[in-house]
Write a protein that binds this ligand. Structure first.
Ligand code: ATP
Ligand code: MG
Length: 243
């Protein structure tokens, strides 16, 4: 039987111009930091932006943004609350900070539920903090959200890129648009990642240096936006998104 909620998902996202999935084949590479900061940077440019944390395994954007005890409003669905100029929605609103005891079909179900109830309204950009790499949840999101474009994050590590490269290949095989790759936590001047990325015909956005002050800013977006990390990300956005 066709799940009626599936048809609603397209309807719910109809007013959203661009949906960017921040993703990687690897964990701990800075996806949540980049997704949150990217959303804030776009919002400070005066654009209408949403941030959607769909990382079932390790949701973190609520900590980065210092969201506190905020809950979405219900009105023929769920309206994401406004946080620091963004519309914000996270899986933690459902899990209340506990580990979600979800497996297999339950994950798909929770995703369909969340996507079909959330009313984003009109947005220029919706940034999605994705679940890990090629997990079932990530594949479900790809299947459920039409027109998703990927921004891939890696570190300079050749070992990390071993997996990130496979993830890129899968996306390319599935004909999914990759906006580009960011090399995060750069500490040397190696060009290995850039060569690998460009060798696959994908745009290399550039690198973001390892920033020792970044960790202290978690929970304080004004300080976060003052970091070298955020300034460099803004440069990459200006150059590569052309806005
Ligand atoms: N450029 C950077 N310089 C210094 N620290 C960084 C940088 N980017 C990210 N970090 C730190 O690395 C840690 C991991 O970042 P983050 O949580 O964004 O990664 P992730 O890819 O979302 O992880 P997960 O796979 O668990 O979701 C965080 O503590 C963050 O502050
Ligand atoms: Mg994360």
């Amino acid at each position: 039987m066709v799940d009626p909620r599936r048809a609603i998902i397209g309807e719910r996202l109809r007013g959203v111009e661009n949906i960017i999935a921040v993703s990687s084949g690897k964990g701990g590479v800075g996806k949540s930091m980049i997704a949150s900061t990217l959303a804030l940077i776009l919002a400070r440019k005066g654009l209408r932006v949403g941030l959607f944390d769909l990382d079932f395994t390790s949701p973190a954007t609520h900590l980065i943004l210092g969201v506190g005890d905020l809950y979405p409003e219900e009105e023929y669905g769920i309206i994401p609350p406004r946080v620091h100029g963004l519309r914000y929605m996270s899986i933690v609103y459902y899990s209340k900070g506990e580990t979600l005891p979800l497996r297999g079909a339950d994950i798909s179900n929770a995703l369909i539920e969340l996507l079909s109830v959330t009313r984003w309204g009109v947005l220029d950009f919706l940034i999605v903090d994705m679940p890990p790499g090629i997990s079932d949840a990530a594949l479900d999101i790809i299947r459920l959200i039409e027109g998703l474009k990927f921004l891939i994050v890696t570190t300079p590590s050749r070992l990390a890129f071993e997996t990130v490269g496979k993830f890129m290949r899968l996306l390319l095989e599935l004909d999914i648009r990759i906006l580009g790759v960011i090399e995060n936590m750069k500490i040397s001047d190696s060009t290995f990642i850039q060569e690998q990325v460009e060798g696959r015909g994908v745009r290399f956005w550039g690198d973001i240096p390892f920033d020792r002050r970044l960790e202290e800013t978690i929970g304080d977006v004004d300080r976060l936006l003052e970091t070298e990390f955020a300034k460099k990300l803004k440069e990459l956005v200006d150059k590569n998104l052309g806005i």
